[in-house]
Design a protein around this ligand. Structure first.
Ligand code: SF4
Ligand code: SF4
Ligand code: SF4
Length: 585
């Protein structure tokens, strides 16, 4: 790579020769507005917001697809450019359901922000709106075509980042739409419910199914005992909804706010994560000692489970039989907690706060229930919890830190890092290495499986005689690379233990986390900053290994017996099944 000399707005600049004008401008603090642009994922020049005037060119150019070249000269802010952007924006708005006050994206919408920034005050081109359909059949994702601006971010995220490809452009001209094949609902195609399309949509055309009212209803019902659990990654992102910088850990404010909302008990899914390590670690050791199916693959991520069931059902025996931490926590609340407190499990409502919209799908699975009672009743996202906190008029910024309730809210540093890609692997290795060496090993930081790379691999000597080949992958397309390799008997068929997370970077970047503008994603590595908050909390914990959590010791002593034992299998393990790519009607 070498540099080229260009001019932007009369400024002489030397920039790398393999970038676009938009990137060159960004590198030099020159702001060009964008709407459809997503770095490396959606660079298609469709929205015409990033137009620039180029010396010698008759038409304005979309800077997101205009490569730099020696001697190139552009202007980003001329009257011609500003007028063209305004007209393009007015045209988008003329075909848009502008109900900002009741839209979930109000105040966090990239279109709305651009209209404010560019001073749009009226829409001269009023007319018929082309998109009419609202597809709300999916348990996780609602599609509202009346707000779709046809930017195709979701199309490219679903296809290229998630390796799924169930959304695509259809129709032409005024009838153009983005939707699943054959005009089907997302519920009837091979969507894995990950919600990555939601967090990349610039507007309110894609959103989670809103379950907030169900939670309020349970809280208002005097006959119900409502218990909440919150996943590790929520604490690393919830603060963003209240103006805290990306990567702020708000564990204490989270627990305090949940209590103020009115939950009867405020527990932490991290306890369930510690239980998961006990069970999954035991399963791994058992497979090692008894010639089990390898590689063994983790089963925490519901988007990943659905991807496997839909696209790799022949490889299901590789999957750990462990339920997810959310389901384990729920199952233990409705059994042991209920017995301890003499509460009829049918009167308990377990609500989980998750960084994930696929968890809404997970809680409806019959595989995650006992005697007809679901392990978890309602799953809401980080975004939905923020709306509840606001509705309850809780002063989140100033609320004093509190702890989660004891026992089912007690957790270790190992559990906290479940929220980042590689975290489950690292937590499992800490316990497996101690158990196999019958020692309390000092080394707990498995740096080789940290970081936000899509696929990380390592060979780790867990005992002097045993080296395991491990991998941690995130993002559907990366998971598919690994699964294709296993199916074909390639490189990964030879691995021992693989962690899979459907969302790129892991749960910290889940489909239920706060939206971040494309512009901010250019400046910051969002998953890395949120993950850092979790690794910092892990480091500060006195106990960093799941098997050393005194409440874990207690629950096995008093209730479960041994990890992988009969009671554990009854409550904490399950099996999954093949499902079709297109649902038959
Ligand atoms: S998507 Fe944005 S511009 Fe459209 S109604 Fe919602 S907040 Fe308003
Ligand atoms: S939820 Fe995931 S799989 Fe489904 S459409 Fe969105 S990105 Fe694609
Ligand atoms: S649904 Fe959202 S991301 Fe997809 S094309 Fe429409 S506006 Fe863009």
């Amino acid at each position: 790579m070498s540099n080229v000399n260009i001019k932007i707005n009369g400024m002489d600049l030397s920039v790398p020769d393999d970038i676009t004008v938009l990137e060159a401008a960004k590198m030099n603090d020159i702001d060009i507005p964008t709407l459809c642009y997503l770095r490396g994922i959606n660079q298609i020049g469709a929205c015409r917001m990033c137009l620039v005037e180029q010396k010698g060119a008759r038409a304005l150019q979309a800077s997101c697809v205009l490569p730099v070249s020696e001697g190139l000269e552009v202007w980003t802010n001329t009257k011609k450019v500003r007028d063209a952007r305004r007209v393009n924006l007015e045209l988008i708005l003329s075909n848009h359901n502008r109900e900002c006050t009741i839209c979930t994206r109000n105040e966090r919408c990239e279109l709305q922000k651009l209209c404010q920034d560019l001073g749009i005050r009226d829409i001269p081109y009023e007319g018929e709106i082309s998109g009419h359909k609202i597809d709300d059949a999916s348990i996780s994702v609602v599609r509202d075509e009346t707000k779709c601006i046809l930017c195709k971010r979701c199309v490219n995220v679903c296809r290229n980042v998630q390796g799924v490809g169930v959304l695509g452009p259809v129709g032409r001209g005024f009838t153009s739409r983005v939707e699943p094949v054959f005009d089907l609902s997302l519920n009837d195609v091979g969507c894995i419910n990950c919600g990555q399309c939601i967090i990349h949509c610039p507007v309110g055309a894609l959103k989670e199914r809103d379950d907030v009212d169900k939670v309020w209803e349970a809280l208002d019902d005097p006959k119900k005992y409502v218990v909440v659990q919150s996943a590790p990654a929520v604490r690393a992102a919830l603060g963003e909804m209240f103006g805290f910088p990306i990567g702020t850990n708000v564990t204490g404010k989270l627990a305090a706010s949940l209590r103020r909302i009115g939950f009867d008990k405020v527990f932490d899914t991290d306890f369930g994560a510690d239980v998961t390590i006990m069970e999954e670690g035991t399963e791994l050791i058992d497979r090692i000692q008894n010639n089990g199916v390898f590689p063994m693959i983790t089963s925490c991520s519901p988007g990943w489970i659905k991807l496997m069931e839909t696209y790799y059902p022949d490889l299901l025996p590789h999957l750990s039989s462990c339920k997810s931490p959310q389901a384990m926590e729920g199952a233990l609340i409705k059994s042991h907690f209920a017995e301890m407190n003499h509460i009829n499990p049918e009167d308990i409502v377990v609500v989980s706060v998750m960084p994930c919209v696929a968890k809404k799908f997970e809680v409806k699975r019959s595989e995650l229930s006992e005697g007809g009672l679901p392990d978890v009743d309602i799953a809401i996202t980080t975004r939905e919890l923020a709306r509840m906190i606001k509705e309850a008029r809780i002063d989140f910024e100033n609320v004093r830190d509190e702890d989660f309730d004891p026992y089912f809210g007690d957790y270790t540093g190992a559990a906290v890092i479940f929220g980042a890609t590689g975290g489950v692997m690292e937590a499992a290795l800490r316990t497996v290495a101690d158990v196999l060496n019958d020692a309390d090993l000092e080394a707990v930081d498995y740096e080789m499986v940290r970081g936000v790379d899509g696929i990380k691999t390592a060979e780790i000597a867990v005992t002097p005689d045993l080296t395991v080949k491990v991998a941690a992958a995130s993002g559907g397309a990366n998971l598919r690379k690994i699964m294709d390799s296993i199916r074909e008997g390639g490189e990964f068929a030879d691995y021992d233990f693989i962690e899979m997370m459907a969302c790129p970077g892991g749960c910290v970047n889940g489909g239920g986390q706060p939206h971040v503008r494309a512009k901010d994603k250019l400046e910051k590595d969002i998953p890395a900053e949120r993950a850092k908050a979790l690794y910092d909390e892990d480091k500060a914990h006195k106990i960093r290994k799941s098997h050393q959590n005194p409440s874990i010791t207690r629950i096995y002593d008093e209730y479960l017996g041994k990890p992988g034992g009969h009671k554990s299998h009854e409550l904490l393990h399950t099996t999954y099944h093949a499902r079709p790519k297109i649902k038959e009607s």
